[in-house]
Design a protein around this ligand. Structure first.
Ligand code: AMP
Ligand code: TRP
Length: 334
């Protein structure tokens, strides 16, 4: 069976190191391996929590710039924004009638995002994972590269595909495989090793943005929370220290090594020294991406044309699949 890759990133706030190491870097690798890839700015997911319209437009361009600057070639891969391809919303409605309330009630991301304001959360936020299943399956994508936090949503995608196939007695939608790969599938906040690095954290010092300059990167790493002990020798000792584990994981991912290899080099050394090395590495790897992003967003015409072209190609790919899904359901005229 042919491999087809799909993944999405929400155009909200700034792209950060977690997005890069957990997701975007793998997008680039999968493209370079010669796979057919679709990478999507999921603007319809973004509005499940209120977004300023102007900022949403700008963030969509910024994420696209991040993809391209990181190495995604809009000719080889399809990059586009979700709302342009109506088939995502159409399939999401069919899946709304396949997915069960009980399944959605188990989604931990909804619980985290809605928090105590559950009654006041949008219906869209609750339904978010169903739209995500539609994003993937409207292209019959077989593999989905994501960070660790999306694992549960991808299990739901498999359940929806399976139930659709069973309910209608067909073998139509593939059972998608997640690709959760690397030493940094869950990058933690630089201020708190028990919290995920996230676009929505109020503290700028919790994350390194892809557009941060060398001084900002250095400053954030210098202020990153650590403990006073030197770096340990073993992984078990490292894992007991969340902030230390996070920084070593970031170093490993950025230098294409394992945590063990990093410890072999740095065990017994102090964090003051390690942080200097990490800063040099991060500036060297992220600096060129950040400056290319700034250059690209300064001239949006190129990005806008790439996204328009991507949406046309995506829509053409989705068209026969949504038509067949409607036919399977029994919709007249499909
Ligand atoms: P989002 O910004 O929530 O749309 O996430 C886009 C992609 O980045 C998804 O594949 C996430 O799993 C991944 N991601 C987000 N935050 C992190 C993190 N802190 N560590 C690793 N991957 C992440
Ligand atoms: N929920 C994903 C996130 O926040 C974004 C997303 C939407 C996605 N649709 C997708 C990821 C389809 C992979 C495949 O990170």
């Amino acid at each position: 069976m042919a491999i087809r890759i799909f993944s999405g990133v929400q155009p909200t706030g700034n792209l950060h190191l977690g997005n890069y190491l957990g997701a975007i870097r793998n997008f680039v690798r999968l493209q370079q391996d010669g796979n057919e890839c679709l990478y999507c700015m999921v603007d319809m997911h973004a509005i499940t929590q209120w977004q300023d319209p102007k900022e949403l437009t700008e963030a969509t361009r910024m994420v696209a710039a991040g993809f391209i600057a990181a190495g995604i070639d809009p000719k080889r891969s399809i990059i586009f924004n979700q709302s342009r391809v109506a088939a995502h919303a159409e399939l999401a409605w069919i899946f709304n009638c396949v997915a069960r309330l009980g399944w959605l009630n188990r989604m931990t991301q909804f619980k985290e995002k809605a928090g105590k304001q559950r009654e006041n959360a949008s219906v869209g936020l609750y339904d978010y994972p169903v739209l995500m299943a539609a994003d993937i399956l409207v292209y019959k994508a077989t593999h989905v590269p994501v960070g660790e936090d999306q694992k549960q949503h991808l299990e739901l995608t498999r359940d929806i595909a399976q139930k659709f196939n069973n309910d209608f007695g067909v073998d139509f939608f593939p059972i998608t495989e997640p690709i959760i790969q690397g030493e940094a599938t869950r990058v933690m906040s630089l201020r708190d090793g028990t919290k995920k690095m996230s676009k929505s954290d109020p503290s700028e010092f919790s994350r390194i943005n892809l557009t941060d300059g060398p001084d900002q990167i250095a400053d954030k790493i210098r202020r990153a929370k650590t403990d006073p002990l030197p770096l340990p020798e073993t992984l078990t000792d490292l894992e007991a220290r969340p902030e230390a584990d996070n920084l070593v994981g970031i170093y490993a991912a950025l230098s294409d090594q394992t945590r063990e290899q990093v410890l072999t080099e740095y065990s017994g050394k102090l964090f003051s020294e390690f942080k200097g090395a990490l800063t040099d590495l991060a500036v060297g790897r992220l600096g060129p991406i950040g400056s290319e992003m700034q250059r690209l967003v300064a001239e949006p015409a190129y990005i806008d044309a790439a996204l328009e072209n991507g949406a046309e190609r995506a829509a053409a790919m989705a068209a026969p699949i949504i038509r067949e899904a409607k036919r399977i359901v029994g919709f007249l005229g499909a």
